[in-house]
Design a protein around this ligand. Structure first.
Ligand SMILES: Nc1ncnc2c1ncn2[C@@H]1O[C@H](COP(=O)(O)OP(=O)(O)OP(=O)(O)O)[C@@H](O)[C@H]1O
Ligand SMILES: [Mg+2]
Length: 260
């Protein structure tokens, strides 16, 4: 039996196809989110990878910011629930999740069955999100997937203290004009994102294991900065960007089983 999870975020579109609620036969990411061609392209990529089509899917669950735009979905489920479900499947020992996506950041507390017991979210402001990193990557002329490498060469963590993305951008431009090495500025940018995520995470009580999901978890500089600030080990979920879609596909499997 095949089930599908579709996670349409603000920054990217993710599709997971699951066989018998257990094996990932496709897990595709397109770096374009809701309102773009991203959702369609992610579906096409997943069907091409698996050789399957919608007709083969017993149930489809959609999640993420753009979940109500997915016509084929049998059900919509919130991103919080889907990240929790996906993380519990991948890392059953997880008790705290830090999900940093394109436009929001969340800290979620789980019990040992993987049920959400508490969550905190920043969706009011771009600071502390992937969007903030995208803005800085453009100003610094360093691609997102190279930011961690620059960070690893930093000799100092330069302060990027503005709580507003627009002001922080001016701060970074002024650091650049003062010829501060990009490595050190990037370490400061990562520390700024980390401090916002940690602010949310502290409120959960920080029970271990602490696991990261979402696209920003692919930035090892941010992960290191979070781990440094919390003074705790932080685990990155395998393939962190598809965790929400995986959770949705697992919920779709539960729906399929209930219908039998
Ligand atoms: N290869 C990469 N290296 C480093 N960072 C990356 C990479 N790919 C994506 N990112 C980061 O991930 C962010 C997008 O994360 P994600 O795909 O989880 O967002 P989303 O689910 O669309 O957003 P949201 O949940 O807030 O609506 C980007 O803004 C970027 O900062
Ligand atoms: Mg997301």
């Amino acid at each position: 039996m095949y089930t599908m999870g579709i996670d349409i975020g603000s920054a990217s579109s993710k599709v997971v196809i699951l066989k018998d609620g257990n094996d990932i036969v496709a897990g595709e990411v397109i770096q374009f989110g809701t309102g773009s061609s991203g959702p369609q392209r992610a579906l096409e990529a997943a069907f091409e990878k698996s050789g399957l089509s919608f007709a083969d899917m017993t149930k489809v669950v959609a999640t993420g910011y753009g979940r109500f735009s997915v016509e084929q979905a049998d059900k919509q489920i919130s991103e919080i629930s889907c990240h929790a479900k996906g993380i519990h499947f991948m890392v059953p020992t997880a008790r705290t999740i830090i999900d940093i996506g394109g436009q929001d950041a969340k800290a979620i507390k789980l019990d040992k069955r993987g049920t959400v017991s508490q969550f905190f979210m920043n969706d009011k402001c771009a600071a502390g999100t992937g969007r903030f990193l995208e803005v800085m990557s453009r100003v610094l002329e360093v691609p997102l997937d190279q930011m961690a490498e620059y960070d690893s060469r930093a000799t100092e963590v330069v302060s990027v203290s503005s709580t507003c993305t627009v002001f922080a951008e001016s701060e970074v431009i002024s650091h650049l004009s003062n010829e501060i090495p990009k490595e050190n500025i990037i370490a400061g940018v990562h520390a700024s994102v980390a401090s916002k995520a940690c602010g949310l995470a502290y409120r959960t009580g920080l029970e271990e294991d602490i696991v990261m999901s979402g696209g920003v978890a692919q930035n090892a500089g941010v992960v290191r900065a979070i781990s440094r600030e919390l003074q705790k080990n932080v685990i990155v979920a395998p393939n962190p960007q598809i965790i929400g879609a995986l959770g949705a596909a697992l919920f779709a499997y539960d729906e399929a089983m209930k219908a039998q």
